[in-house]
Ligand binder design. Sequence first.
Ligand code: IPE
Ligand code: IPE
Ligand code: MG
Length: 247
Amino acid sequence: MDNAVAKTVIDIAPDQLPSHIGVIMDGNGRWAQARGKHRSDGHRAGVEALRRLVTCAVEFEIKYLTVFSFSSENWRRPQDEINTILGLMKKFVASDIGTFAKNNVRIRILGSRKGLNSSVLKMIQEAEERTTQCTGLQLNIAFNYGARAEILDATIDIAERVARGELKTQDIDEDVMSRALYTGGLPDPDIIFRTSGEQRLSNFLLWQSAYSEFVFSQEFWPDFSRSSFLDLLHTFATRKRRFGNIE
Ligand code: IPE
Ligand code: IPE
Ligand code: MG
């Protein structure tokens, strides 16, 4: 992430900007393959693209950015690729945490903590603690994240509160459910953006995306640029959201 964040004027009214953007950063492997490189080179280039995205989100004063960095299904990949991705993630958080804090970026890691090794858990804890006072962009990193597991975990949590007598069944509503998810306290994403040409959610924010705008681009994640971000903002500004109502 750049230290100096430049201000740019764009022709989009502030009320047409999204406050929460969700990004499925897909296509690292194919980007590398297309260049005759190893998949790990694609993941490294993907981290650079993530830095560009965070810089853009800070510049345009986006309030919440949620990036899908590793899904609960990505454990199915070969162990050496998993190690590369985990290593890059730890390096990214360690090397950029100072810049995040300086740019007032608050980090939150979304996902299941079950079964994570102690070095990963330590990295998560440090990242969250060091930026806990930050009030600018909130960067949520979905790691070991799967939306079905999230909904299941929330359901278990609610059932246990009912069993303990802390909550009545008739008081369970959408708000109780939303707050019990890993994303509890966050507004729903206005946009879900996915690169690489795939048009699916792959178990990302299933509950939260009920009224999100979906934007898909053909470029592979490592090619994501500031101009891709501006395209995304312009596309969102043209969407008419009705939430079931009429205009
Ligand atoms: C996204 O790129 C990164 C992760 C899922 C961790 P991929 O690794 O899925 O790249 P492709 O889709 O195989 O090209
Ligand atoms: C989704 O991408 C997960 C991340 C971007 C972290 P995948 O590459 O894992 O999704 P599928 O397997 O193509 O659906
Ligand atoms: Mg993929």
